[in-house]
Design a binder for this molecule. Structure first.
Ligand SMILES: Nc1ncnc2c1ncn2[C@@H]1O[C@H](COP(=O)(O)OP(=O)(O)OP(=O)(O)O)[C@@H](O)[C@H]1O
Length: 235
């Protein structure tokens, strides 16, 4: 991925309710290409709900999402093609091998066959997964499954990358590989938004931070060296 276009993704007064329960309240925030924004917040704050809306899985009941100041219609296919979304608990077919699972994901993204094999090799190597290429998905550890899902998310080289707790269950070596890969990917021009509970990871990755509490965005702005202090100050 090498994106020369500047992208901004704006959330404007986004609200979401499940039944009568308000989960997200008037969320305003803008994300930019070439930057990593880390979304922080306690359990149940609404992070996954917000990421699902931005990825186009669900539709906000109120508010708009704009790409470069153009309001997006829900299910805009051109927007969806630009997005890579790693869900907190990625779906996989247990009986497929790693390569078969990646071919399936690449096929769903309409990547041409010749190109697909090269991309699969590239991302398998990037996440040190070559050794597992022929292993069945359900025989992998949780952390390895997560890395396969992340590699699959990058196959179509999206310029908007949304990741829900991407390092959950990864060992420290793998966290480092993921961190370096995301930094490099962002430097190549991608817009990255990720949620995590690990403040140390956020400190290393984030140019921008968004803090969500009880469905309200209590901070959206520059990251700082003392992110824990910022987080505590926005209780
Ligand atoms: N399908 C659903 N139906 C009803 N309520 C839901 C549904 N999904 C999530 N919720 C509620 O929405 C709120 C926000 O959940 P969400 O998963 O977005 O939080 P989160 O910040 O991602 O939490 P965590 O850090 O634990 O992953 C919670 O109160 C949750 O119970």
């Amino acid at each position: 991925m090498n994106n020369k276009e500047t992208i901004s993704l704006q959330l404007n007064q986004i609200c979401y309710t499940y039944g009568s329960k308000e989960i997200l309240h008037e969320i305003d925030c803008t994300f930019y290409s070439g930057q990593i924004t880390v979304l922080l917040g306690p359990n149940g704050a609404g992070k996954t709900t917000l990421l699902n809306l931005i990825a186009g899985l669900n539709q906000p009941q109120q508010g708009t999402i704009s790409l470069n100041h153009h309001v997006l219609q829900w299910q805009d296919q051109r927007y969806k093609q630009r997005i890579g979304y790693l869900m907190e608990f990625p779906f996989y077919y247990p009986s497929l091998t790693v390569v078969e699972m990646m071919r399936l994901n690449g096929g769903l993204r309409n990547i041409q066959r010749g190109q697909l094999e090269d991309r699969i090799m590239h991302w398998l190597e990037r996440f040190e997964l070559q050794v597992y290429h022929n292993h069945q998905m359900d025989a992998l550890s949780q952390g390895t499954k997560k890395r396969v899902a992340l590699a699959s998310t990058l196959l179509h080289e999206p310029d908007i990358l949304i990741l829900d707790e991407p390092t959950n269950g990864l060992d420290p070596d793998q966290v480092m590989i993921v961190r370096n890969t995301l930094q490099e990917y962002s430097e190549n021009g991608a817009l990255i938004l990720l949620s995590t509970h690990i403040i140390g990871l956020a400190e290393k990755l984030a140019q921008q931070v968004a803090i969500l509490r009880n469905g309200q965005l209590v901070y959206c702005g520059d990251s700082t060296e003392d992110l824990e202090g910022l987080y505590v100050a926005h209780r």
